[in-house]
Design a protein around this ligand. Structure first.
Ligand code: NAD
Length: 539
């Protein structure tokens, strides 16, 4: 790889009272609150508004409708596939630098005039506080756009050796066909990146956004258009997930899946693609980042304050709706009284409420389905003999889907809440005897089928070394004395294995490699003039 100079990560703005960014954002929030956006299906240059629509509402005020989203039916999905296939011929022949220019311009637009539009839509539509929106729809998405260009240049610089009279090269072609991007609600940046990363490499895309993230995702599509993305390169097909997917996966032109979401849904997509395999022109690339049951393991030498803050931020920020959220913790009994005191005090103090009130630390969970699922786990924690709620545990859906940050103490390390992904502001803690470090390492590794993120806290170097070794396959992103959330593009390439996905590391060249199908070209400049070899010369 060449020594491409990497971009600098987009600085996170603070939104302090009186700051410019805060006043621009406040005005934008007001604008978006006073409108209902009509979101179409976007196929090639066409915007299709069907009669069938689904409302996007505020998680923190569910009576408020922000947008009405057109639902793609089978005819629209068919047209989106045709548009993607048609656009690929031209788009894949653009020079790499011309394609890159579109995404670099998109990054600049997002860092500038579009920043607060995307942040406001992410706050209102996906229930993020300003801090959580800023690190997602502004900084992470800008970083994906800029870093991927540099990573792609590095890939292109990977070339074979040539020899005397022979020139060899690798041409990084896109896949033959289109890529299907299926994106989650919880990160605007992931939505944008799953569509843009394959497109940067010359592919065309059919993008199915999560219904609840359709507002921010549609604004981002408009930003891409302003940046010069040609029609048909990314086709936007909100709609019933199963219907859209069934039609997409039945197309012979299906060449790749770029998915982030739950493990169950990824399993079902993989199964459908396997069944349809004989239909496809080639073996499709299946890239999926899925669920997690992310751990925080503390050693008796851990610093209690650092550990407690990591637990509070790691478990409760964005209401625990991050695939990387701290969701199970293993705390030595000597530290537990102090850690528990801090957690209980924090839960009593944390401000939760609407995202428009900047003093809040957290807000509501995404929708009624999530609210019911998380409450189901709280009920389990209340009724199960091996679990006890030590902080929080209540919920209120009168105006928004609010769940109180909750800490559960489990006397059984295999309690349901220690094992299953809850995807809400719920932290389960198992307190272990200090001397049982080796046993707890085994527990951390074997308790969950996932292996996404994990963190270990210790001051003793030998404890860190043993955890790093014993938990080698327990997390794709392993943190030492830090919370397990908040991966930064270009700094901590993101993804996990086991049931957490294919570990293709978003925000690194490894992901982009999945979207190319290299052609090796050998050119012989001086050819042999005879078929005979030297050993054939008569004595
Ligand atoms: P989800 O699986 O419900 O939805 C993800 C996408 O799949 C959405 O676009 C949805 O509409 C679509 N979908 C749903 N059912 C489908 C079906 N039957 N067929 C085809 N598509 C379908 O996930 P979510 O609620 O949006 O996000 C939460 C999940 O995502 C959690 O499990 C979380 O851990 C995971 N996640 C993982 C990462 C990661 O990088 N590993 C990042 C973010 C989220």
């Amino acid at each position: 790889m060449n020594n491409e100079i990497l971009p600098v990560n987009e600085p996170v703005l603070t939104y302090r009272p009186g700051s410019d960014e805060r006043s621009i954002l406040s005005a934008e929030l007001n604008t978006q609150l006073s409108a209902v956006v009509e979101i179409p299906v976007v196929v090639g240059a066409r915007r299709i508004v069907s009669g069938d629509t689904v409302a996007v509402t505020r998680p923190d005020q569910h009576a408020h409708v922000l947008a009405q989203v057109a639902q793609a039916g089978l005819p629209e999905v068919g047209r989106a596939i045709d548009a993607a296939v048609e656009a690929q011929c031209d788009w894949s022949r653009w020079s790499f630098e011309d394609r890159a220019a579109v995404f670099l311009k998109a990054a600049d637009l997002l860092a500038g005039p579009w920043r607060q539009r995307l942040n406001a839509a992410t706050m209102l539509g996906q229930g993020k506080t300003v801090q959580q929106a800023e690190i997602d729809s502004a900084c992470e998405l800008i970083d994906f756009l800029r870093f991927n260009v540099s990573f792609a240049r590095q890939i292109q610089s990977m070339q074979p050796v040539s020899s005397k009279g022979v020139g060899n090269s690798l041409e990084y072609r896109p896949l033959e066909g289109f890529v299907y991007a299926v994106t989650p609600f919880n990160f605007t940046a992931i939505g944008g990146n799953l569509a843009c990363a394959p497109a940067l490499m010359g592919n065309t895309v059919v993008w199915k956004p999560a219904a609840t993230a359709a507002l921010s995702n549609y604004l981002f599509l408009q930003l891409l258009e302003e940046a010069g993305l040609p029609p048909g390169v990314i086709n936007f097909v909100p709609g019933d997930a199963a219907t859209v997917t069934q039609a997409v996966l039945a197309s012979s032109e299906f060449a790749g899946l770029h998915f982030t979401g739950s493990t169950t849904v990824f399993d079902s997509l993989w199964r459908s693609a396997s069944i349809n395999l004989p239909l496809y022109r080639g073996y499709p690339r299946l890239v999926g980042e899925t669920g997690g049951k992310d751990f925080v393991l503390a050693h008796r030498s851990a610093d209690v304050d650092t550990l407690s803050i990591a637990l509070i931020r790691g478990a409760f920020e964005y209401q625990g709706q991050k695939c990387s959220a701290a969701s199970r913790a293993y705390i030595p009994s000597s530290l537990w009284p102090a850690v528990k005191e801090r957690l209980v005090a924090a839960v009593a103090e944390i401000r939760a409420g609407r995202v428009t009130d900047f003093e809040n630390f957290i807000s509501a969970v995404i929708d009624r389905k999530a609210f019911s699922r998380i409450n189901g786990y709280l009920d389990v924690a209340k009724s199960d003999a091996v679990t006890q709620i030590v902080a929080g545990g209540s919920s209120d859906d009168e105006s928004g889907y609010f769940i109180e940050p909750t800490v559960i103490e489990a006397s059984d390390p295999l309690a349901v809440t220690m094992r299953e992904e809850i995807f809400g502001p719920v932290l389960s803690v198992y307190v272990y005897p200090d001397a049982k470090w080796d046993e707890v390492l085994r527990l951390v590794d074997e308790t969950s089928p996932y292996a996404l993120t994990g963190a270990v806290f210790a001051q003793e170097r030998s404890a860190l070394a043993s955890a790093r070794d014993a938990l080698r396959f327990s997390a794709g992103n392993f943190y030492i004395n830090d919370k397990p959330t908040g991966a930064v593009v270009g700094q901590q390439p993101f993804g996990g294995a086991r049931r957490s996905g294919t570990n293709d590391k978003a925000g690194s060249p490894l992901n982009l490699l999945r979207w190319v199908s290299p052609r090796t070209i050998k050119e012989t400049r001086i050819a042999d003039r005879s078929y005979a070899y030297p050993h054939m010369v008569a004595l």
